[in-house]
Design a protein around this ligand. Structure first.
Ligand SMILES: *Cc1c(COP(=O)(O)O)cnc(C)c1O
Length: 377
């Protein structure tokens, strides 16, 4: 029935989940059941707590069907008013995706771009906001999953707030495993999804929003199904999604949140992922691989590695052979540089990383790649 052998996912999502998270889905619930509505309510409350805020402090959590991109699209197409203008900070593929969304909805958008190995520069953002008072919102990616780079979200949020601009953060691949407080970073809208660091299964995304910013979305939406304001109003009115909710994914997520708490919350999860990351870096370096990012910008979420400088190395072949060992890695997403990626997130421990490293060494031998080390830049 299941694909065999069961594979371990060293990717940016979907991720390896625990057996108990998968088991939580073995029940059918009605979307109007009181028990189910209570599950949705508890999830919304717990997500706010993970962001360091609460409803009493004026924040709201909205759950929405679809993968993470649907959440980003819901926020951008609901938060930017008809005459509004958005500044998008880009240093990777997920920043580019925000621009693609803005373009598709014909939102007025300016961009500031950095190389994929450079963090966003708060001073450049400040200058641009000073020059253009019509820029009403700033959007950024917290952990750029293209490389694993971590952007200085707090600094940029605080300067956006000081300049009275809205602040939108794609925290898809960091939320739940890298501490981030909506108040400390002056965030108006934070977007993440069920199948990243909270270790649920795919099926929905969520938005944490400052209530006045959310209320200001009324009437802006360019689509019916991704109308963030109406989704919120629906959840508030009767606790239900407007359209069929991913009931099984929500049950799995409720279990995933219990397991996050049992692990010691964000700090506990960060600790395990940090250990995974350290084991990965040590092992890959010992095998002769070189990481794309300088260590000072590298998060513990995911890492990009240069291809070995050897014609015997073909990524597709490498990928398939690792998959046969039960290990799933991820292709690169960089504009110019040939890299592949390995994620540390999901229900994985340093032992899984060790086994992955053994498989990588075996596959390199099988392929006859003798010099995995690429020459220094
Ligand atoms: C995973 C991810 C997304 C969303 O991707 P989906 O495939 O739509 O889930 C968006 N931004 C970042 C930074 C991500 O890591």
């Amino acid at each position: 029935m299941l694909p065999q052998p069961v594979k371990r996912l060293f990717t940016p999502g979907p991720l390896t989940t625990s057996p108990s998270v998968k088991e939580a889905m073995l029940v059918d619930v009605g979307s109007r059941d009181d028990e189910f509505i209570a599950v949705v309510r508890d999830i919304r409350r717990q997500l706010l707590a993970l962001g360091g805020v609460s409803q009493a402090q004026g924040y709201e959590a909205i759950l929405l069907q679809g993968s993470g991109t649907f959440g980003v699209e819901a926020v951008l197409s609901s938060a930017i008013p008809p005459q509004g203008k958005l500044l998008i900070l880009i240093n990777g593929a997920y920043g580019e995706r925000m621009l693609a969304i803005a373009n598709r909805h014909r939102l007025a958008a300016d961009v500031l771009r950095w190389d994929e190995n450079q963090i966003t520069d708060p001073q450049a953002v400040r200058r641009r906001l000073d020059q253009d008072p019509t820029l009403a919102h700033v959007a950024i990616v917290h952990c750029e999953t293209t490389t694993g780079l971590l952007n200085p979200v707090e600094e940029i949020g605080n300067l956006a707030r000081a300049a009275n601009r809205g602040f939108i953060v794609d925290a898809m691949s960091s939320f739940g495993a890298i501490p981030l407080s909506l108040t400390a970073a002056s965030i108006d809208f934070l977007i993440s999804s069920a199948n990243k660091c909270i270790e649920g299964v795919p099926g929905f995304n969520f938005v944490l929003a400052r209530k006045p910013a959310l209320a200001a979305c009324q009437g802006n939406a360019r689509t019916l199904s991704l109308d963030l304001f109406e989704q919120w109003q629906g959840l508030e009115a009767n606790g239900q999604f407007r359209f069929t909710p991913p009931t099984h994914a929500l049950l799995a997520f409720a279990q995933a949140l219990r397991e996050l708490e049992a692990e010691g919350g964000v700090a506990g999860r960060a600790k395990r992922y940090q250990a995974n990351h350290a084991a990965l870096m040590a092992g890959m370096t010992a095998l002769g691989f070189r990481c794309y990012l300088p260590p000072e910008h590298q998060s513990w979420i995911i890492s990009a590695f240069h291809y070995p400088n050897d014609p015997a190395f073909q990524f597709e072949d490498f990928y398939r052979r690792l998959a046969r060992h039960g290990m799933v890695i991820y292709p690169g997403k960089l504009g110019k540089v040939a890299c592949f990626r390995i994620g540390n997130i999901g229900r994985l421990t340093a032992r899984d990383i060790q086994e992955l490293l053994e498989a990588v060494a075996a596959v390199l031998r099988e392929m006859g790649v003798r010099t995995p080390v690429a020459p220094p830049r």
